[in-house]
Design a protein around this ligand. Structure first.
Ligand code: ZN
Length: 267
């Protein structure tokens, strides 16, 4: 290790007079690592610096003795606050979803001649929750997500999981109560959730959820109810197609992960 000369240290102690920026910087880096030179420097300081250091020490000592003890803070983390806000935002939507599914179960029992509403509602049941869980307008941590690499997809998946944890058991109960095929209740639900995320990576999750919900309602739900016969896409033979579609859409979502950080504002 090459130590700075006594002259350089003396100049440094005198406020760096006569030393250029590079020299000052290298002295500082060296002092950081060398106790010997720090001791040398202490012996080289000017009376003005010693006086200044003494005054700072006295005022610090006084401030520490006279200031009140630090108050104990409540240990609520940002994550806890965020989870609570998300739960508050999601709750009304999930409640509405469960109420609509409940009505579907009642209608299925009351009017067995109608196509199963539980089957028809299952694909779109998680969409309102997913859309709300991923909206910048209701998102208190949007800036955090936008500046964290790869956080977008992880956040979307966690929020989607929060919605599915409520919606899937409700669908299972509704399916079991009405005696409908559980695979035909769950697979389309998962396929539409994956489709919302895959499409959402490009146009925004909220917009994707609204679009897919409207498309399903217009192409399958309403025509089935109007014709009082279940659409062919929900017949027992379509299980395999739904399963393959779900896996393919989930793969698209993973590949499109980086798009979640570049979504247009408000979606
Ligand atoms: Zn040294």
């Amino acid at each position: 290790m090459t130590h700075p000369t006594t002259l350089v240290l003396a100049r440094y102690a005198d406020g760096g007079r006569g030393l250029d920026d590079a020299a000052l910087w290298s002295v500082e880096v060296h002092l950081d690592a060398c106790a010997q030179c720090r001791a040398h420097l202490a012996g080289n300081v000017t009376p003005a610096t010693t006086d200044l250091l003494d005054r700072v020490a006295v005022s610090l000592d006084q401030a520490v003795r006279t200031s009140p003890l630090p108050a104990r803070r409540r240990t609520r983390t940002v994550a806890t606050v965020h989870r609570r806000r998300l739960a508050r935002t999601l709750f009304p939507w999930l409640a509405v979803t469960l109420a609509v599914l409940g009505c579907g179960v009642l209608l299925d029992s009351a009017e067995p001649s109608l196509p199963s509403l539980v089957l028809l509602l299952a694909p779109v049941a998680p969409l309102p929750g997913v859309a709300v869980a991923w909206s910048r307008r209701t998102d208190p941590v949007w800036e955090l997500i936008a500046t964290t690499p790869a956080a977008g997809l992880a956040m979307v998946l966690w929020r989607t999981l929060a919605v599915l944890v409520v919606v899937l058991p409700a669908l299972l109960v509704a399916g079991a109560t009405t005696g409908t095929s559980l695979a035909l209740v769950l697979l389309p639900c998962l396929a539409f959730t994956a489709a919302t995320l895959a499409l959402g990576a490009f146009i925004g999750v909220r917009r994707a959820a609204i679009g897919l919900g409207a498309a399903w309602s217009g192409a399958v739900l309403l025509p089935s109810v109007a014709a009082t016969s279940l659409s062919p896409v929900l017949q027992p033979g379509s299980n395999a197609v739904w399963a393959v579609t779900t896996v393919a859409l989930a793969a698209v979502t993973l590949f499109a992960a980086t798009h979640f950080r570049r979504l247009p504002s408000g979606h």
